[in-house]
Design a protein around this ligand. Sequence first.
Ligand code: ATP
Ligand code: MG
Length: 559
Amino acid sequence: MENEVVSKNFIEQIIEKDLSEGHCKVVKTRFPPEPNGYLHIGHAKSILLNYGLAVKYGGQFNFRFDDTNPTKEDTEFVESIKADVKWLGADWEDRLFFASDYFEEMYEAAVELIRKGKAYVSDLSAEEIRSYRGTLTEPGKEDPYAGRSVEENLALFEGMRNGEFADGSKVLRARIDMSSSNINMRDPILYRVARMTHHNTGDQWCIYPMYDFAHPLEDAIEGITHSICTLEFEDHRPLYDWVVIETGYKNSPEESPKQIEFAKLYLTNVVTGKRYIKRLVEEGIVDGWDDPRLVSIAALKRRGFTPESIRNFVELCGVSKSNSSVDYAMLEYCIREDLKMKCPRMMAALDPVKVVIDNYPQGQVEYLEVPNNLENPELGSRKAPFSGELYIDREDFMEEPPRKYFRMFPGNEVRLMNAYFVTCESFHKDEAGNVTEIHCTYDPASKGGNSPDGRKVKGTIHWVSAAHAIPAEVRLYENIVDEERGVYNEDGSLNLNPNSRTILKNCYLEPDLAGAEAYDSFQFVRQGFFCVDAKDSRPESLVFNRIVSLKSSYKLPGK
Ligand code: ATP
Ligand code: MG
């Protein structure tokens, strides 16, 4: 774990230095999502990092929608993002902001740049601007409109705002350096003309600021001190500083706001990018942004992950400067660790087969005391009905067992968990060869699961009383991409796993599970952790998602 501790400190070290040198007094961070999709596990890292730093240094955490590009944005996304940030526990108090609320201030800042001779209106097309920009090895070419006077630029920019020019016909460019070794500094575009209806400002604007201009201003306007973003923006940092300095919000790169980059969180063999998740949703490969196979926050929540497990996961990942992928198994480890003490452990037959106990008194029902969680006595116990007809899981019976199979087979004695020892006497099969019914005898003296004569059995299996069991649907999940073949094909298409979802329609559960509500989680003993599906479950027809199986070969690094 030492690595993580050290790397996490790199942002904290910057902050502590800035505090001690007086570059800032109160630490202010922000989470600035673009409302163009649902948040995913990577965003959770950014949210919890920014929020955690604000808490650690007694500062403030702002929540701001970076809504400067209306083509892809939508209020549906605004609402889902708010719900997700809240669910993760990042408290923005009364500081929810929209970048679009600053459009007027951004416009004023652009006018100021024009006045200083630091920006000009260009009539080059997007295509021309690209070809004038040069390459990594060749400098760019001067824009033929760069020589316009301040007065002319002011008038043209106002005309852009007033709708006098067609979409794409004019842009405002920063005047920096067409021969800079950093291509981002070659007179970047600050504003474009585009008639688009904005979810917040409607048709009030027909010019929109570019990200590289808008983002630093948003930070500066809110008094953000540390603007934490991902590595791909490293080359944009000089431009970030240029914008904040030239618009008069700070005097030097050392002052606030200051951009700090860290590596994105990637999960091995998991689709994280918003664009890719969107494709799976739009192509109908998954049933919405919250399909439990995805790693959007909404999907993780629906699957049964808890905010605590995600916080712990993000903590374990640490913060670093170099890109790498984290094993999905680490996320599974975190949810298992979180749920193992919290959840009641219930019995469920997911692929049920009937067991008849021939010597059990006809019509008798006993209510047996079953602890809810052996490792956590605080969860108490329940009474589970036991009778002469039960369901067990089909895989707990074999007609011809291999060596070391200690569960039920003809002639073998096993323990029914918390109940009795039973011995399998015979079984029936249908024409297709499927076992339809198993007959056993029980030892009445073994009540509670121990025999008075001290004889031992090697297998213990779970069961539910047939007459009392409640039916349910259970959904099992695997990775949505084919783990063997990797996430993407050469042509960029996704390598999908055809078995990513298995729906079990005829499961039987202990009657105590009746009344389970959306997001309630349970361990089904010997099988895994399961959560009531928030979308499809109904009181009369419960639907459960398997969050994670019980077993894992995953070991925390360094343990
Ligand atoms: P994606 O690349 O998945 O489409 P994005 O970066 O376009 O995401 P934004 O809404 O622009 O999404 O991002 C909001 C914040 O979340 C940004 O500060 C961004 O750097 C951060 N972020 C996005 N993806 C990750 C990730 N995988 N790991 C950590 N932080 C991320
Ligand atoms: Mg983005």
